[in-house]
Design a protein around this ligand. Structure first.
Ligand SMILES: *Cc1c(COP(=O)(O)O)cnc(C)c1O
Length: 365
């Protein structure tokens, strides 16, 4: 069994994806070809955000959004240390300073009640991460941000397709930044990502930054990057969109089934909490276990692949240790020691899921 089953997805979408790719090879517009706009328009329609700017990766999406805000050296961006490194990495690369705020122990998302105390006159933005595919409490975050005049950038790399109060992830704040890395809920066959915003001025800034700060050809009005998503990858995303609604429904169904089956088999197992006003698209189906190394080893023996997202909070990583003392954010430290992700993708079968649950029960008993 695969940890994430991309082969079954390709088998189901083969004709669609192959036709899309062949069309690009035939017209030959590999950079900013017609599929780029077509995908951006399809994702605008899907999310409800006014603008979509496709970019080279989820990492690049975060960087370009931060550059569009014109973060000055030393300005602060509040985020969580319990995330993939790119979140804080891009804050630093944009010239900012990441300010780490701890997480809620049950959802593993940023604890909104701790944000206001972290705001200073230097704060420019709040960057919540929609971890595992569940959006943080964005209404509360937006209220705090508005009170202090700062922007909100949702790191939605894991949550494309998720809903929060009947609205879609990526359309909940100043910016939503997602990733089309192959294993994400909506993946391409390489690197890709997108920025969403409903602010015309910021959208224009992102488009310019994406192509070396050009406001027109060879007129470089600002600092930019080479940050485009290539046409072939947009074609792959378009090829996958036909089944995406089904995939999201299936992910939600599998998430519910995991909860029911795991609770029945192992009542003491701590599962991720999902708040009632939102859903989780389970980019990772993550649970909390003690003695994780041993549990993972037993599962591996039983043929069940697992992974850890993430084994160390960022303030315990050498590159980011200077942005927080080691004993800060204790709940992030605790979560990093206990999280374990189980196989998850829209093509996971009920039988495979039963096998995973049985193996987890065996490994924990
Ligand atoms: C995957 C991921 C990213 C980076 O996306 P890439 O497309 O791999 O650059 C950023 N933040 C989070 C939370 C992620 O999971």
């Amino acid at each position: 069994m695969d940890f994430i089953d991309l082969k079954s997805q390709y088998a189901a979408l083969r004709d669609n994806i192959n036709t899309r790719i062949q069309r690009v090879l035939d017209h030959g517009q590999y950079i900013l070809g017609p599929e780029v706009r077509e995908m951006e328009e399809a994702l605008v329609a899907y999310t409800g955000a006014k603008h979509c700017i496709s970019v080279a990766s989820g990492t690049e999406a975060l960087l370009i959004a931060l550059m569009a805000l014109d973060i000055q050296p030393g300005e602060e961006v509040i985020t969580t240390p319990f995330t993939f490194a790119a979140t804080a990495e891009m804050i630093v690369l944009a010239g900012g300073v990441p300010v780490f705020v701890d997480i809620e122990p049950d959802t593993a998302n940023i604890d909104v009640s701790l944000i206001e105390a972290a705001i200073t006159p230097s704060t420019r933005a709040i960057m919540p991460v929609s971890l595992y595919g569940q959006v943080a409490d964005m209404d509360a975050i937006n209220t705090i941000a508005a009170r202090h005049g700062v922007a909100v950038i949702e790191d939605a790399a894991q949550s494309f397709g998720a809903s929060y109060k009947q609205r879609k992830s990526c359309n909940l704040s100043t910016f939503g930044c997602t990733s089309f890395f192959p294993s994400k809920p909506l993946g391409c066959y390489g690197d890709g990502g997108a920025i969403f915003t409903s602010d015309d001025r910021l959208a224009q800034a992102c488009r310019e930054i994406r192509t070396h700060g050009q406001s027109q050809r060879y007129l470089h009005t600002r600092l930019g990057v080479g940050g485009r998503m290539d046409t072939l990858q947009c074609a792959v995303v378009l090829g996958k969109l036909d089944r995406f609604e089904w995939e999201i429904r299936r992910r939600l169904e599998l998430g519910d089934a995991y909860r029911a089956k795991l609770q029945a088999a192992i009542p003491a197992l701590q599962l991720l909490a999902v708040r009632g006003d939102r859903d989780c698209v389970w980019a990772q189906y993550t649970v909390f276990v003690d003695d994780r190394d041993a549990v993972q080893a037993r599962l591996k023996e039983a043929g069940v692949p697992t992974a850890v997202h993430y084994p160390r909070p960022l303030h315990h990583q050498p590159a980011y240790a200077k942005y927080g003392s080691a004993d800060a954010c204790p709940l992030s430290v605790a979560a990093a020691a206990r999280v374990m992700s189980l196989p998850m993708s829209a093509d996971l079968t009920n039988e495979q899921q039963d096998r995973v649950v049985a193996a987890v029960a065996q490994a924990l008993n």
